[in-house]
Write a protein that binds this ligand. Structure first.
Ligand code: SF4
Length: 462
């Protein structure tokens, strides 16, 4: 008998215990089944966008704020920059677009949503003017990243981050300044006056009125571009669907206060695309009804989203789209149910009572202003503690999103507030929205284990 020395050597030299363990462990996560319907709806949405020009449709490119109900009422097809970048990253297809962006001169430290989408713009533009050129030309033009239809115009309405405006301004230049751009200014809600707080105070009462006026001007701009009168009834109808979908989503989220939780943050991440940019219609409402029904049924049947839930964690930071499935399994491996998060729970039509169907632009303006990176610290602290109380949170995972300073900036102070006011432990780990190169597994695992040990010690004292 001969010994297979190459095998035994390889085994003894494997110094990556994390990866080995992760591959060997049983997946303890139990994701909702109903969210797969959302995935199908999103895929159909993008397939439809790719044929917009053949169907003679006007196409608008935008990023940030959910202006899509306005675009839908105007008969446009809309392409949301972050959404497309996130989709490419989730499918691990972001490489060609990022390479194209790099060739054009965008450095890796630039927001990876913007970098990916700018790369798509370069590839789309190259597709219009020439098929072959340098690295970009070497990329197969059939790649998903190059399939976006070129815009007829741009609309920018970005809250809380100056990258958004610069990103659209650069895209405008990539297209040779041939297509018009309209900017909506969304002021920061500083929240530092005496009467300020979340959805209250004079600053809150006045600022949405300023934004509402700009949305009216945006509609005039769209009417000029499309040469068609805007359909105000269609806007109210769209907002009625958004309002109902949002109510169902929030009711379903509230059910996750149950312990063990029937659904996790990762399920809500899977539901971001539907609420954020899919067409507002009955299908959207049906989708969130199905999600809520499944969660309710899980509670009845005592089915939990994480086997043996022992810790309830809040996630702060934008999603790492390259790692959705991986992170779902990773946290579950440590008996951690990630129950709620700033990105999922404090964005995306999260205050449906503000939507007035007789005056839809005001409610829209209000939602655009409560983007979770558009508040001062006082409001962020208020929201974080509220969520921690609602979901009986034991710990916080701060995703230190490398190229999104807007989300990452206040995290150290938020960590201190949670510890000081509620005794809640936390840790940070490195990653990014759409660039897998910034994710550090060691940073996640060591931080998570240390936090769980602190929670155990804290519990032992009680
Ligand atoms: S840096 Fe963050 S907030 Fe700003 S555009 Fe990028 S992802 Fe959005």
């Amino acid at each position: 008998m001969t010994l297979d020395l190459s095998l035994s050597t390889k085994q003894s030299l494997d110094l990556s215990p994390t990866r080995t363990r992760t591959l060997e462990v049983v997946d303890k996560s139990n994701r909702l089944k109903s969210t797969s319907l959302g995935g199908k709806m999103v895929a159909e949405y993008w397939d439809n966008i790719f044929t917009a020009k053949e169907r003679g449709k006007h196409v608008v490119w935008y990023n940030g704020t959910a202006l899509n109900p306005i675009f839908q009422a105007a008969g446009l097809e809309w392409c949301h920059g972050e959404a497309f970048s996130a989709r490419l990253a989730a499918m691990h297809l972001e490489g060609p677009a990022q390479q194209a962006g790099e060739e054009y001169g965008y450095i890796a430290e630039l927001c990876s949503y913007a970098r990916t989408h700018l790369g798509c713009a370069v590839m789309t533009q190259k597709g219009i003017t020439e098929k072959q050129s340098g690295i970009v030309g070497m990329v197969d033009q059939d790649q998903l990243a190059s399939k976006l239809p070129s815009p007829d115009f741009f609309v920018n309405a970005y809250a809380g981050c100056s990258t958004g405006q610069q990103w659209d301004a650069m895209t405008y230049r990539v297209f040779g300044k041939d297509f018009p751009i309209f900017n909506v200014s969304l002021p920061m809600i500083w929240g530092n006056k005496k009467d300020s707080g979340y959805l209250r105070g004079t600053e809150w009462e006045k600022t949405p009125l300023y934004v509402e006026e700009q949305l009216k001007k945006l509609i005039e701009f769209i009417e000029y571009q499309t040469k068609k009168p805007f359909d105000w009834d269609a806007l109210s109808e769209n907002m009625s669907y958004i309002k109902r979908a949002s109510e169902l989503r929030l009711e379903a989220m509230a059910l996750c206060a149950a312990a063990p939780t029937p659904a996790t943050y990762w399920d809500w991440v899977a539901s971001i695309a539907p609420i954020n940019f899919l067409p507002a219609n009955q299908l959207l409402v049906d989708y969130f009804q199905a999600v809520k029904d499944e969660i309710q049924q899980r509670i009845v049947n005592n089915i939990s989203a994480v086997q043996n839930e022992r810790y309830r964690v809040y996630f702060d930071g934008i999603m790492n789209w390259n790692k959705l499935g991986f992170l779902t399994r990773k946290f579950a491996e440590f008996d951690v149910a990630v129950v709620a998060g700033r990105y999922t729970h404090d964005s995306f039509w999260q205050e449906p009572q503000l939507i007035d169907l007789d005056r839809p632009l005001l409610g829209m303006a209000q939602h655009y202003l409560i983007c979770p990176i558009n508040h001062g610290l006082k409001i962020m602290e208020e929201l974080l503690l509220k969520r921690c109380d609602e979901y009986a949170i034991d710990g916080i995972a701060f995703h230190s999103t490398r190229t999104c300073r807007a989300m990452t900036n206040p995290q150290h102070i938020l960590a201190r507030t949670a510890e000081r006011d509620r005794g809640i432990k936390s840790f940070s780990f490195e990653g990014d929205v759409a660039d897998a190169a910034f994710y550090k597994d060691e940073s996640l695992e060591s931080g998570l284990v240390a936090m769980l040990e602190s929670i155990d010690q804290q519990r032992a004292k009680v």
